[in-house]
Design a protein around this ligand. Structure first.
Ligand SMILES: [Fe+2]
Ligand SMILES: [Fe+2]
Length: 175
């Protein structure tokens, strides 16, 4: 791997940007790219699921997802920026592979429980991946570590909110 440092600039001697950390950077970059795609797909899924649902009960879910879209978009941008900072390249759209089966539109657009469960599934996937990224960067790349901890907190909040919605539906015998 070529030295990523600009010609004439001194390489970082310590930290994750050091020349001899190229391999560690590579595995962190893989994790960051996966995170980036997860956020992008979440934005797509939340846009669709903030528009499709029908009915009085759907309103709360719609408003909640509308807010989350902006947060998830912000996460995608933070992951992209960190990819560049670690001498990576933010992937182009042709590399995207969709994975969120649970967030495909339900058969009936009044099926709000389907959407709630899909959101919980997506947030859980993010929480699992970000925990692994936090482990991977612990003591190795404190800046990525700190950023992912911050984002993990948002995802835990999203998950908790939708768990609350699901509980309400369960209490009423609707889920
Ligand atoms: Fe996110
Ligand atoms: Fe989220």
């Amino acid at each position: 791997m070529n030295t990523p440092t600009a010609r004439g600039a001194r390489s970082a001697a310590q930290g994750i940007l050091a020349d001899d950390r190229a391999q560690q950077r590579q595995s962190i970059l893989e994790g960051l790219k996966k995170a980036y795609w997860m956020e992008i797909e979440t934005v797509m899924s939340y846009i669709a699921n903030s528009v499709n649902p029908d009915g009085v009960r759907a309103q709360e879910i719609i408003e909640s997802l509308q807010e989350d879209i902006q947060e998830e978009l912000g996460h995608a941008q933070r992951f992209a920026t960190r990819i560049k900072e670690l001498y990576g390249v933010v992937p182009g759209s042709k590399e995207f592979v969709a994975e969120q089966d649970a967030l495909q539109p339900p058969e009936h657009q009044t099926d709000v429980v389907h959407v709630i469960k899909g959101v919980i599934e997506a947030e859980t996937g993010a929480i699992e991946h970000y925990n692994s990224l936090i482990e991977l960067t612990d003591g190795v790349d404190p800046v990525t570590n700190d950023m992912v901890i911050d984002i993990l907190r948002d995802e835990e909040g999203h998950r908790r909110l939708f768990e609350g919605y699901l509980r309400e539906y369960e209490a009423e015998g609707l889920a």
